[in-house]
Write a protein that binds this ligand. Structure first.
Ligand code: HXC
Ligand code: NAP
Length: 290
């Protein structure tokens, strides 16, 4: 059964929400649900044609207004320009979702410094560029605002083979927790979501290319033995940008079916012991104490 929308229909009524990377994957899924809940959207990414098409399709499917604006999140001037356009069109931006990302798997020693920059700049610089542009505007205009950053669970565990992404996401997590405290006095909240595996074209193309897919099954790492559904993530995101979560600040919420803890717990591999072996194992462990 597909997961349903969780919040009441008017939960985001009258709010304007900007989603970076909002034309594809999880950004688009969050955006569609925000529209359903009454929000106006601004979606940004580098490819205007794709964005415009996504905006049209999203409006047709869910109603509301979607403003597509091309913007490379690595360029502060472009980010500031989007912020101005959004305010011109909608009067104000209430929430910013830093969702844009770049990533690919590679042994780190194979990376050029430009490859490292490409990922860290999208993930970390893109996030602080947007946060600064909107945060400064909110503070100057004495407006409340909320920021939701999309990180991953390896923001705190680290992970080989995606090291630039791990560096970038850790930085974003640090910024989330730092500004949650520093900017609370201005009525600005900062939270993050750490998703586990949600199959999207962008993530799968860059992280599990077809010829690896036979050998690596990301689902197998998840104790619940399934991927996340986009609506499950959209429900959490909608709650975190809504006023219902007004007292949640500086939090990072994991939505991964238990994946990262499965990797962390030393004895979790015991799940592979067949049920019928446990009588014998119990006798052995009891016997060891005598
Ligand atoms: C090694 C690579 C490479 C690869 C690019 N480079 N891809 N090096 N392996 N697979 C190198 C290039 O050779 C170049 O270095 C430098 O990186 C910059 O490459 P460009 O193609 O010019 O970069 P750019 O056009 O800015 O594109 C950025 C990108 C690309 C990150 C490389 O993949 C992209 O646009 N990604 C956006 C979508 C995305 O990645 N989505 C996935 C998010 S999923 P040289 O030295 O040759 O100049 C995600 C999930 C996390 O984050 C957790 C999952 C469970
Ligand atoms: P995606 O569809 O590839 O999303 C990435 C988006 O970022 C694209 O729309 C892309 O659009 C945009 N983008 C990339 N570089 C940009 C730049 N320089 N400026 C502006 N926009 C840029 O992948 P996704 O899976 O939905 O990922 C969304 C978020 O979830 C990311 O933060 C990712 O790290 C996180 N996440 C995903 C998973 C998962 O399993 N899918 C797991 C954990 C975390 P353009 O290429 O058109 O610019």
């Amino acid at each position: 059964m597909a997961t349903k929308g969780m919040l009441r229909e008017d939960a985001l009524e009258g709010k304007t929400i900007l989603i970076t990377g909002g034309g594809t994957g999880l950004g688009r899924a969050m955006g569609e649900y925000f529209l359903e809940l009454g929000a106006n959207l601004v979606i940004t990414s580098r490819k205007l044609e794709k964005l415009e098409q996504a905006a049209r399709e999203m409006e047709e499917a869910k109603g509301g207004t979607v403003l597509p604006v091309a913007c490379d999140v690595r360029e502060y001037e472009q980010v500031e320009e989007v912020q101005k356009k959004a305010v011109e069109q909608f009067g104000q931006v209430d929430a910013l979702v830093n969702n844009a990302a770049g990533n690919f798997v590679s042994p780190t020693e194979r990376l050029s410094h430009r490859a490292f920059d490409a990922v860290v700049d999208i993930v970390l610089k893109g996030t602080y560029n947007n946060t600064l542009a909107h945060g400064k505007h909110w503070i100057q205009n004495e407006q409340q605002g909320t920021v939701l950053n999309i990180v991953t669970t390896y923001a705190w565990t680290g992970s080989g083979y995606v090291v630039p992404s791990a560096c970038g996401k850790s930085g974003v997590l640090g910024m989330t927790r730092s500004l949650a405290v520093e900017w609370a006095k201005y009525g600005i909240r900062m939270n993050a979501i750490a998703p586990g595996p949600f199959p999207t074209e962008g993530a799968w193309q860059n992280l599990i290319p077809d010829n690896l897919a036979d050998q690596i099954d990301p689902k197998a790492r998840v104790p619940m033995n399934r991927y996340g559904e986009n609506q499950e993530l959209a429900n959490l995101a909608a709650y975190l940008v809504s006023d219902f979560s007004a007292y949640i600040n500086g939090e990072v919420i994991t939505i991964d079916g238990g994946e990262w803890l499965n990797g962390a717990g030393q004895f979790n591999m015991m799940q592979y012991v067949p049920a019928e072996m446990w009588d014998m194992l119990e006798q052995m462990t009891k016997g060891n104490k005598k």
